[in-house]
Ligand binder design. Sequence first.
Ligand SMILES: Cc1ncc(COP(=O)(O)O)c(C=O)c1O
Length: 475
Amino acid sequence: MINDDRGQASAKADLFMTAAAMAEQYLRSERQGRVFPDSAAVDALSVLDSWGLEAPRPAGEVLSDLAAMGQAAAVRSTGGRYFGFVTGGTEPSALAASLLALAWDQNGALPAMSPLAAAIDAKAARWVVELLGLPTESTAVFCGGASVANLIAIVAARDVLLAHQGWSVAESGLRGSPPVSVIASTEAHSSVVKALRVAGWGASEVHLVETDELGRLKVEAIGNVGSPALIVAQMGNVNTGHCDPLAELATWADARFAPGDYWIHVDGAFGLWAAASTTQQHHAAGIEMAHSWATDAHKWLNTPYDSGIVIARNGLDLRKAMSASAAYLPGQDPVDLVDWSDELREPMHLGLQMSQAVRAIPVFAELAVLGTAGVADLIDRCCRHVADLATLLESGGVEIPVAPGLNQVLARFGSDALTDEVVRNIQSGGVCWAGSTTWQGRRAMRLSVCDASTTTEDIETTAAAILEAWRTATG
Ligand SMILES: Cc1ncc(COP(=O)(O)O)c(C=O)c1O
């Protein structure tokens, strides 16, 4: 029996090492070949049609076919020249720690399930708060991504604002609840609109405030809004990279509303990391005046997917909004709780998921390796790359329609049609990958430098490829 167990364990370890060797081969080729697969590689994925549940196959064979698919068709978004959407690469320490986490397969829901997970989770959470310079009493909770983080924070804010009006959502639901004003900018990210919708506010109920030429909310344009008020600010506009003026916004809210009658949430999916930089700190002025923050580790911190973080000034607000109790589960009824304490750090009672991966593990490893200075360097480096890229493109005659902020840059190549054609040429060329967007009614190429492995040479190669794609488009 013992021998059988050993045999099983060693078969599992052997298969794991086989996969690790295949992953190694992929990682060694991460910077070779096309950034986005060509159509032949994508078409070859139709081999999946021939796979059927009626014909199980040996694990080694399945793995080697999977590895071949990945080798041919995975988007090299971690190889330094992928600038689409807001896509991070993978820091070596975070990637390697993810492997350990996979092998351990701990359920991070409750400390009772894994003291190991709980210890690493608590440590990584404290480091995140420290690194971002947030109020020391804040509680960070790991979740699937910034969309989820926004939702958790917005639901917690809703419940707190209504509780202050004497209304318990847990007890009475939302029907008939007192009105809450919601303020966001016209540039709020679509995930915020979605989170508000899920939390009970339709689009027509959101007071959308106009923005300036950099896409930042104009505080003087907010106008007359009643309390209680939920204010959703943004750090890091997906087009311009610029951040809402948090200090001005918080001062405005403080002068207008009584404490307890307003809540400021900051969607900082990528931009929140400006607070950890040495050169971009000014974007984060006033960050500590908010009540909650959402960010991603899988974007600019370069952990593997899926890794978001929600942070609340008072962890009890998350606990009250997200608790789920059952006789077989540890955890006090949140109604009786009055103060936050570290014993309440039970991830399943602080977020949407019950069972969950220990997302803190790669974050912990990376922060332990990089430290404060290393994270600042990662952020600053990407911002320098964006400034250099803008300069190289501009000196080649390309229009940069808005001053780049943080790690985002837009580029235009004449008409909308021509700009779209240059983007198509870049996407099919394979040297790098950039997306497109519409900014102030005109089409633009959009580049986001989020990969820690991007080098100065990558930026020069990318600028040259874009200028060449433009020449091709103009014939
Ligand atoms: C400003 C902003 N908020 C939220 C999100 C959603 O993040 P996620 O894709 O991790 O859910 C994004 C994604 O790009 C973003 O840029």
